[in-house]
Ligand binder design. Structure first.
Ligand SMILES: *[C@@H]1O[C@H](CO)[C@@H](O)[C@H](O)[C@H]1NC(C)=O
Ligand SMILES: *[C@@H]1O[C@H](CO)[C@@H](O)[C@H](O)[C@H]1NC(C)=O
Ligand SMILES: *[C@@H]1O[C@H](CO)[C@@H](O)[C@H](O)[C@H]1NC(C)=O
Ligand SMILES: *[C@@H]1O[C@H](CO)[C@@H](O)[C@H](O)[C@H]1NC(C)=O
Length: 455
């Protein structure tokens, strides 16, 4: 009973509160009155001869991608354009003191200002509103992602600078209808790096801008060009590409200190070459690819590879020479010229062989033999004696043959040592030549890169 009464009372109270006709808000009224007779297809000027000036402003937020293959740069910018719409003016007093209002950008006239270098629709978030104030000034602020066609100069990679331009223009309207101007001063725009994501690969140097008009079919078109000057931070590439290469080259140079005759040097050099090849294959993706010009760093890698190969070939030659010499040093006329000492020793040996032959004759004719101190004579005499060795003679024969074997080994090993010394000398000269070439090459590259990175 009391519950029903309460419900009745409440409903009566509610019915009192609800207004009979909902009153429009001031914002709603203003929007309706502004757009009631508005035609969004008509340039908003009372006198058609007066141009609409669009003020442009640009803040570079980040450089997302620089693609050498397609010659394009993807950048994210904050773009602002401001113009005066003569049909969107009101008296704030009439509308509850509202001075600014946001309107749907589809409902009003928007200038057709575009970036003429744009080659692709970036992933720009759609902003459906513009801001209008009571004196008819329309602010159209948008973050846009532009993919710019830009001629990229990759030769100095990773010490390169790029100059990409963003040219804003009205695609259709001549300067009599739409004129362009900078919203801030050119200096302020050029030095504005506050919003730039400065921790990435690219460093923003400046954004100089200028205005000019181009005449086309007897009509002038207004342009505003911003030149985005960016420089690559080379540290990542220096650490990842250049330093490992330089280390491998250093190890290769140091491998010359491995002994020439140990045979490990070639194996070592081959493993360096193999390591370098693997390193290069891993890095092909990191290098910027352009169809026209190779970056100098690509040439650097190729030359490093060539140097490693050259050093390997050099080692192979020297080792080959060394082994060749050990076997055939006697027959080689070159060695005879080079190794005077050895050459004379060889002649001496031949002469003594001759004398021993004579002695042999003498022994045979005389029938008896005495112990001669001359070694060679001993040998040859013994050859004759072999037929009937008695105990003492046998021991004597053994002793002499031992002596001969030793002396032969001595002379052979001394020849080997000399040959090794010669080869080492050759190796040393080739090494010096190699280091010289390497030094000239490295200093040239360093100078080039230094001049680029400090320019
Ligand atoms: C438009 O402006 C021009 C010059 O500013 C003037 O000569 C012309 O009379 C104006 N036209 C109208 C309809 O007001
Ligand atoms: C409207 O905005 C423009 C540009 O920001 C400014 O110059 C003008 O003073 C503003 N008008 C009013 C009434 O606030
Ligand atoms: C950048 O390029 C534009 C033309 O594309 C040129 O006018 C300007 O001088 C260049 N800036 C620099 C610093 O090279
Ligand atoms: C802005 O850049 C100009 C050159 O483009 C330079 O002369 C000026 O000093 C810079 N101003 C600031 C505040 O960095």
């Amino acid at each position: 009973m009391s519950l029903i009464l309460l419900a009745l009372l409440l409903s009566a109270h509610l019915a009192e509160c609800v207004p009979e006709k909902p009153k429009r808000s001031a914002l709603n009224q203003l929007t309706r009155s502004l757009l009631r007779k508005y035609d969004c297809g008509v340039r908003p000027v009372h006198n058609w001869t007066s141009p609409t000036t669009v003020y442009i402003d640009l803040i570079l937020q980040s450089v997302l991608d620089v693609d050498g293959k397609t010659q394009s740069v993807t950048a994210s910018i904050w773009y602002r354009q401001i113009w005066t719409d003569e049909f969107l003016m009101w008296d704030p007093e009439e509308f509850d003191g509202i001075n600014e209002i946001s309107l749907s950008s589809d409902a009003i006239w928007i200038p057709d200002v575009i970036v003429s270098e744009s080659v692709d629709e970036g992933k720009s978030p759609p902003i459906p509103y513009v801001y209008v104030n009571s004196s008819g000034s329309v602010k159209n602020y948008r973050p846009i992602q532009v993919v710019l066609a830009c001629s990229l100069e990759m030769y100095a990679f990773p010490f390169d600078k790029q100059n990409c331009s963003l040219t804003f223009r009205s695609w259709l309207h001549s300067v009599q209808e739409i004129d362009l101007a900078l919203w801030r001063s050119a200096e302020a725009i050029a030095n504005d790096t506050r919003e730039f994501m400065n921790d990435g690969e690219w460093e923003l140097l400046s954004i100089p801008s200028h205005y000019w008009q181009i005449r086309h079919d007897n009509t002038d078109y207004a342009h505003i060009q911003f030149n985005v000057l960016i420089r690559r931070r080379p540290l990542l590439y220096v650490v990842g590409l250049l330093i490992p290469s330089i280390f491998l080259m250093l190890v290769d140079v140091i491998s010359f200190y491995l002994p020439l005759n140990s045979g490990t040097r070639i194996a070592f050099k081959i493993s360096i070459l193999l390591g370098y090849t693997v390193f290069r294959v891993n890095l092909t993706d990191d290098l910027p690819a352009t169809a026209v010009s190779t970056p100098l760093v690509g040439v650097f890698f190729a030359v490093c590879m060539a140097m490693l190969m050259l050093s390997l070939i050099k080692s192979i030659l020297v080792v080959k020479l060394l082994h060749h010499g050990e076997k055939e040093v006697r027959q080689m006329s070159v060695s005879a010229c080079l190794l005077d000492k050895y050459g004379s020793g060889g002649h001496g040996f031949n002469e003594s062989a001759l004398t021993s032959l004579k002695t042999l004759d003498h022994i045979i004719s005389s029938g008896d033999f005495e112990l001669e101190p001359s070694l060679e004579e001993d040998l040859l005499s013994l050859n004759e004696i072999q037929e009937a060795p008695t105990g003492l003679e046998w021991i004597f024969q053994e002793l002499v043959s031992l002596r001969i074997a030793f002396s032969q080994e001595d002379s052979e090993s001394s020849a080997q040592v000399e040959w090794l010394a010669l080869c080492s000398k050759l190796d040393h000269y080739l090494f010096c030549l190699y280091v010289l070439v390497l030094a000239v090459y490295a200093s040239t590259l360093l100078m080039l890169w230094a001049s680029w990175s400090f320019a």
